[in-house]
Design a protein around this ligand. Structure first.
Ligand SMILES: [Zn+2]
Length: 424
């Protein structure tokens, strides 16, 4: 039982019929001097500490209940990082320096850097080595309050290496106390050997990768990088069609570099469309009328030094359901920190701290179709919470680049963050 919580952010109270939008994005359901009772990996009850301590069942079972004193602290749902690419081997330091010297993301890619430069390492790697890299990233996420992470393949770009990446993700997931949602991103880039016949690569993704990943139960989602210099709208629709006919849900990277009209892709009801730096009014109103979450990844804009961010205020004011994610990847967003992303959302995209927290928790859960079990602290949901050593939830966004996460509970198991996590 967590008790004496200065601010318990339950996020309860929304009608739950769809991802949060408009005013619901600001409703944190705060209980002051709160308590959370968990059992069997689930949240059993929430309320005021004084009521919890008086409860007959709690008094009767006091000896068996592990108590965690959260005096002066903020407790919120564990972050749901709904967009991450941890299945890679090395950082891209040459690209990093080139970009500092003035090259654009696309120029770096054309010079042989970018996504393709991570492919060799993944193709050569043993599955166990790749699994260790994934687990390392997941542990870094956990230490900063993330208890659920979407985890994409996408640096293998061959049938074997994409399946190997998904298997490595599965191995890492089995060794991590949080929850991992695997996504096949075979359509991340066209590999060099298909440079002159990109349609053959789309065919490989649709006819072999997607069916095999589905048959072997290695992915829940299929993702595609639909943008200038990546895959066309037509290719992306083909990938979505293949996913649908193999029983997998869809999501897409879209309009990061140039606008793609959203109408046709939205007809597949993707769980989320991510990046969306370039949208017009027609796209915004289509998104606002849909239950597709717009996942914003401001870490990318920050790291690439673009000086420009996705139009969060315009989207929110129009009624679009937005989520926030790290987009952890070696090329454009090497951060595992949801608190940092929350901070960027506030200072660079003018989201309020409450909007940013809702976007980083329950709307992330919607973006992964996990809204019934994740993203809020309510009875019946998984016992996933983050304990921050701050007095006020707004400090999570305010202390930029600081990790104030003191402990997390993931599926009911508590980890404390002293010199790395220790199992309680
Ligand atoms: Zn991404």
């Amino acid at each position: 039982m967590l008790f004496n919580i200065r601010q318990l952010l339950t996020l309860r109270g929304a009608d739950g019929s769809g991802p949060r939008r408009g005013r619901e994005l600001t409703e944190l359901g705060i209980v002051e001097d709160g308590a959370v009772l968990c059992a069997g990996g689930k949240i059993v009850a929430i309320g005021k500490t004084k009521d919890a301590l008086r409860d007959g069942w709690v008094r009767k079972n006091k000896r068996e209940i592990a108590e965690v004193d959260c005096s002066g602290k903020v407790v919120l749902p564990g972050f749901v990082d709904s967009h991450a690419h941890p299945a890679f081997i090395s950082p891209r330091l040459v690209d990093f320096e080139k970009r500092i010297a003035g090259a654009s993301y696309e120029q770096v890619a054309e010079a042989g850097g970018g996504i393709r430069s991570s492919v060799d390492g993944v193709r050569r790697a043993e599955k166990t080595q790749l699994a260790q890299k994934v687990l390392f990233a997941l542990d870094a996420m956990l230490a900063q309050g993330t208890t659920t992470a979407e985890t994409k393949s996408g640096y293998g770009l061959s049938l074997d290496s994409e399946l190997k990446s998904l298997e490595a993700i599965h191995t890492a997931a089995c060794n991590w106390p949080g929850t991992v949602i695997p996504t096949l991103l075979g359509a991340h880039a066209v590999p060099l050997e298909f440079q002159d016949k990109p349609q053959d690569y789309v065919e490989l993704v649709c006819e072999e990768m997607i069916p095999q990943a589905a048959k072997r139960n290695l992915a829940k989602f299929v993702d595609v990088f639909c943008d200038r210099g990546a895959f066309s709208e037509e290719d992306s629709l083909r990938v979505f069609e293949a996913a649908r006919s193999n029983g997998l849900a869809v999501r897409a990277h879209i309009s990061q570099l140039a606008r793609t009209p959203l109408q046709n892709l939205l007809s597949f009801s993707p769980a989320s469309l991510d990046h969306i730096d370039y949208v017009d009014d027609a796209d915004v109103s289509l998104l606002a009328r849909s239950d597709t979450v717009a996942t914003l990844v401001p870490g990318v804009n920050h790291f690439l030094g673009l000086g420009k961010y996705p139009p969060a205020r315009k989207l929110i004011n129009a009624g679009v359901a937005v989520a926030l994610a790290t987009d952890f990847n070696p090329g454009s967003s090497p951060t595992t920190s949801m608190p940092f992303v929350v901070s960027l959302a506030c200072t660079q995209m003018r989201m309020s701290p409450s909007e940013a927290i809702v976007a980083a928790t329950i709307n992330g859960a919607w973006a992964l179709q996990l809204q019934k079990s994740k993203g809020s602290i309510e009875p019946g949901k998984d016992a996933d919470v983050a304990i921050f050593n701050v007095n006020d939830y707004r400090e999570i966004a305010y202390w930029m680049g600081t990790n104030a996460c003191e402990a997390v509970m993931a599926n009911g198991t508590l980890f404390r963050n002293r010199r790395g996590f220790e199992r309680n």
